[in-house]
Each structure stands twice: as structure tokens, then as C-alpha cells.
Design a binder for this molecule. Structure first.
Ligand code: OXD
Length: 309
């Protein structure tokens, strides 16, 4: 039996040394060199082609190379009873907390406005509330959301979190479900989107939701591009209702040349780098997951297909 690795071919060069060291004696196959499909027991994947997983009749587990699993669940032919496992990697959480803190502080301290002033040689002090009056709302409160909240807390920002089912978090005002979404948005001066992409969250940051944010709010999207209705975001920026946006993810990546977001003065664009899977950190987690699945032991991060994360 063998383990199939499917990502871009150049990524294998980084993954091969730690994976083969941690799983000695295992045979790895690099997609598209799958060999006999019946011999594949586990698939470690990033954006697998539709139908690939269904073509592996003896599959015992699908492991995502990232925190998100939407790229796997999007396949309508995905075998129904094979466990799909998210990557729960503290390194991803640490990187995400770093990126989100940078973006929050940039909006909080009006980094974009001062950069524009510097370009124009303008010396002017701009109004800004203290941290205790800048409310941060985090949508999605799993491992990554919790890490962001922990990093932001010492600054003194009032923190809120929004989740699907009621949950508590020390020092964070939690909101749950669609019935509490409006109240959550209304107290988010800086909104951070860390939601999983599911049919329920697709397009969740639309004109209606953005209008519920306080006037002058900023949006940080580090989840999936499809959470945001870009035309609605642009309209809210144009009208002045939103003061800015930091976007690391886009519905179509790479972001098309000439897309209006590239040069929008109130938008910061980065190329999906908020949290990058690093083989040295993630390979031990992947190896442990494979060993646990094989031994029938409990595994963290198994996706609930019904919820979509
Ligand atoms: C992920 C990502 O899901 O990088 O980890 O987007």
C-alpha cells in the first residue's frame, strides 16, 4: 500500500525529506504518478483534481495540506465515508496571528492614510481612538481565531467572536448563529474573517453585512476570497462607509492583472501568504495522523462533512 502526495511538483522537494524520515518504509507516490489506484491507502492533497479521490478504491483517509478543506469538499465525487482531515498546525496559527495583528494595527494606527500623506509630503495628525475603544470582531473561532485573539488581547482591544454554535472564550464576547450576526457586526470596528468556506458562509460579507458594520470600519479577509462579495466591498469603500480592507485571499487566485483591488488606495493586497504550511512543522502532524488512522486511534481535525469543516 502507498501514500499519494498531490500538490505542485516543486512542493514535493520540500516535503519528501521530512515525510520519508518520519514514515520510514512507506511508499510515497507523487501525483500524477499514482500507479495502481487500488494500492493508495492515504492521500495528502492540496486542491485535488475532481474525481481523483473517487478513483482510489482503498482510500482510508484524505489529509489536507492546509487548514482549509473546501478544496477537497468541493469535489462532488468525494467518497462519502473516507475521513477528511484538516491540518491543525500551531505554526499556521502563529503565522495567522502575526499577519492579523499586523493588519489590525495598520488599520488601527491609520498606516494607509499616513503612507498617502507621506507620498504627498503632508504633515497632519489624524484622529484615531485608543485601543480600548477600537472593537475587533473575529468571524470563525477555531485554532486560528483563538490564536489571533490571544495575540491581540494585550493591546487592550475589546474583542468579539462569531461562531456557528455557542461557544465561550475567556476575555472575548462571543456571538453565535445567524440570529446574532447583526449584533456582532455592529460592534466590529475591525472585522477579521477566518471562517471556513461552506455553502452557509459563501458570500457572507455582502452589501447587507457590510452595511451593518460601524461607519469607518475596516475588513481583513484571511479565510477564502469567496466569503466577500467584491463589488459590495468596493461600493462600501467608495461610499466611505468602510475605511479600508486588507485582503490575502481572492475567489480567483492569482488576482487577475488589472483587477480594481490591485490599485485601490484603501486596499492592501497580499498573495495568500497569511499562513503558509511549512513542511518541517506540518510533516510530523501528517505522519502522526496517518499512523493514528491506520491504528484506528482518535484523530484531531476530522471534518464533519455536514458542517463543512
Ligand atoms: C489553508 C490556506 O487552508 O493556506 O491553510 O489557505
Amino acid at each position: 500500500m502507498a501514500i499519494l502526495f498531490q500538490s505542485s511538483a516543486d512542493r514535493w522537494a520540500d516535503w519528501q525529506p521530512p515525510l520519508t524520515a518520519l514514515l520510514p518504509g512507506e511508499e510515497f507516490r507523487l501525483h500524477p504518478g499514482t500507479g495502481d489506484p487500488a494500492s493508495i491507502e492515504f492521500a495528502v492533497v492540496w486542491k485535488p483534481p475532481i474525481g481523483l479521490l473517487a478513483s482510489l478504491p482503498n482510500l482510508k483517509g484524505v489529509l489536507s495540506l492546509g487548514a482549509g478543506v473546501d478544496h477537497i469538499l468541493a469535489d462532488p465525487t468525494l467518497p462519502p465515508n473516507v475521513p477528511v482531515v484538516r491540518l491543525l498546525d500551531p505554526s499556521l496559527a502563529a503565522q495567522m496571528a502575526e499577519y492579523v495583528t499586523l493588519a489590525v494595527l495598520a488599520h488601527h494606527r491609520r498606516r494607509g492614510d499616513y503612507a498617502a500623506q507621506q507620498r504627498d509630503g503632508v504633515w497632519r495628525v489624524l484622529d484615531a481612538p485608543g485601543a480600548t475603544r477600537r472593537r475587533i470582531g473575529i468571524m470563525g473561532f477555531g485554532m486560528l481565531g483563538e490564536a489571533c485573539a490571544a495575540r491581540l488581547m494585550p493591546f487592550g482591544f475589546p474583542l468579539a467572536g462569531w461562531v456557528r454554535h455557542a461557544q465561550t472564550a475567556e476575555g472575548v464576547r462571543m456571538f453565535a448563529g445567524t440570529e446574532q450576526l447583526a449584533a456582532f457586526l455592529a460592534c466590529s470596528d475591525i472585522l477579521v474573517c477566518l471562517l471556513p468556506l461552506t455553502p452557509a458562509t459563501h458570500g457572507i460579507l455582502n452589501a447587507r453585512a457590510l452595511a451593518l458594520l460601524p461607519n469607518g470600519a475596516a475588513v481583513i479577509n484571511v479565510a477564502r476570497g469567496a466569503h466577500v462579495v467584491v463589488d459590495d466591498l468596493l461600493a462600501a469603500l467608495e461610499s466611505g462607509h468602510l475605511s479600508g480592507a486588507t485582503l490575502d485571499v481572492f475567489a480567483d487566485e492569482p488576482l487577475a492583472p488589472g483587477h480594481p483591488l490591485w490599485h485601490h488606495p484603501k486596499v492592501t493586497v497580499t498573495p495568500h501568504i497569511a499562513a503558509i504550511t511549512r513542511p518541517a512543522h506540518a510533516a510530523p502532524i501528517i505522519a502522526d495522523t496517518i499512523q493514528r488512522l491506520r491504528a484506528g486511534r482518535p484523530v484531531a481535525g476530522v471534518v464533519n462533512r455536514h458542517k463543512g469543516y
